[in-house]
Design a protein around this ligand. Sequence first.
Ligand SMILES: Cc1cc2nc3c(=O)[nH]c(=O)nc-3n(C[C@H](O)[C@H](O)[C@H](O)COP(=O)(O)OP(=O)(O)OC[C@H]3O[C@@H](n4cnc5c(N)ncnc54)[C@H](O)[C@@H]3O)c2cc1C
Length: 381
Amino acid sequence: MDFEIPGELALFVDGVRQFRERELMPLEPDFLRAGRFTSEQRSTLENRARQQGFWALDVPADHGGQGLGTLGTCLVAEELYKHPAMFEFGGSPEPVLYEGTPEQKERYLYPIIKEEKRCCYAFTEPSGGSDVAAMRTTAVREGDNWVINGTKTFISHAERADFVILFATTDRTLGARGVTCFLVDTGTPGFTLSRPIPTMGDDWEPYELTFDHCVVPDANRLGPTGGGWALANDQLTHGRLKIAAYQLGIAQRCVEIAVDWARNRVTWGRPIASRQAIQWMLADSVTELEAARWLVYHAAWLADEGHPIKTEAFKAKLYATEMAQRVTDRCLQILGGMGYSKELPIQSFYRQVRVWRIGHGTAEIHRWMIARDLLGISARH
Ligand SMILES: Cc1cc2nc3c(=O)[nH]c(=O)nc-3n(C[C@H](O)[C@H](O)[C@H](O)COP(=O)(O)OP(=O)(O)OC[C@H]3O[C@@H](n4cnc5c(N)ncnc54)[C@H](O)[C@@H]3O)c2cc1C
C-alpha cells in the first residue's frame, strides 16, 4: 500500500506553510540580527496564529482542541521549524497534564489550552539529567502537604511559567520508582528562579530553579506517589518524536538554501553545483533527510494507530538529530562565508540542532535504550 498524507491533512499543513511564509519569514532578518524576537513580535505572532485557527492543534476534541493527531502534529512541527525562531502554536499542554484529577485539569490543563497560563517542565538537576534514579530533589510528606527541597537546572521557559511540572523523589531507596510528579505554582513561597543559563542557541535561556522548604498541598501531586517516572517517560516519548520532526524542517530548509546557492555561485567559470564535491554533500543530505522522514512518519502513524512507540521515538530522534547536525554542517560549508554569516539562517540552525542531541535524553542514552529493547535486557545491566 502506498503511503500518502491524507488530503485534508495536507491541506491543513499547506495553511501552516502559508502562515510561515506570510507571518514568520518577513521577520527572519530581524530574528537573525537580534538572535531573538522581541516580546511584542512574539505576542503579535501568537495572536495572529490564534486568529487564523492555529491553536490547540494536538488537543483532543473532547478537551476543546482540534484533535490533529500525532502525524498531523509532526507535519506542523516540520513546517514551522523551517524558520529558525522555534516558533510554535499555542494552547498545546504538556501531555502529563491529561493525567490530572478533574480539579487539577480545571486549574492547570484547561488554562494552558485557553492560553491563560504557561508552565515549564523541571526534571534535570545540577548533579545530572540522564540518571533518574539519582534524583536529589526531595518531597517529604507532612500531613496534607509535601515539603520540597532541591535545585533543578536547564529549565526552559521557566521565566514565563505560572506553574512548574516538577519531579522529585519521595523515596530514594526505590530509585526511579520513588519519583513523584507535582504541580507547583511559581508564586509559592520557597520557589525561586535562581539564575538564567545563557546557551549557544538563539533565544534560548533556560533557568536554574531552587526549592527551599517549598510547601505544596497533596492536591497538587500529579498521579500516584512513585508514579512520576512512568508519567515522564510517556511525556518524553511524545516530545522526542516532535523533536525528530523539527529536524526534518530544519534540514529541508538548509538543503533548499544550499541547492539555490550551488546553482548560482560560480567559481572557475562554472556553478559550484557542477562539482562532484558539492553534489555528494547534497546527495548525502537529501538521502539522509528522506530516511529520517520515514522514521518520523512511520512512528507517528503507529502512534495514531494506537501502538506504543517508545523505541520508535528513540530511533527517530537519534537518527534525525544526528542527520540534522550533518546536513546543517554540509549546507553551511556549501555556502562558504555566507553560511557562517548572520544574514542567512544556516548558522542559527547549525547551533540550534546541537541541543537536540542532548535535550529529552542524550544520543548515548537513546542508543542504550534501543539496544536494551533489541537485546531484551533490563536497565541494571
Ligand atoms: C537548552 C536546554 C534546554 C533544556 N530544557 C530542559 C527542560 O525544560 N527541563 C528539563 O528537565 N531539562 C532540560 N534540559 C536538560 C537536558 O534534558 C539534559 O541536559 C539532558 O537530559 C542530559 O543531562 P545532563 O546534561 O545532566 O548530562 P549527564 O546526564 O550528566 O550526561 C553527561 C554525558 O554522559 C553521557 N552519559 C550519561 N550516562 C551514560 C551512560 N550510562 N552511558 C553512556 N553515556 C552516558 C550522556 O550521554 C552525556 O553525553 C535542557 C538542556 C538544554 C541544554
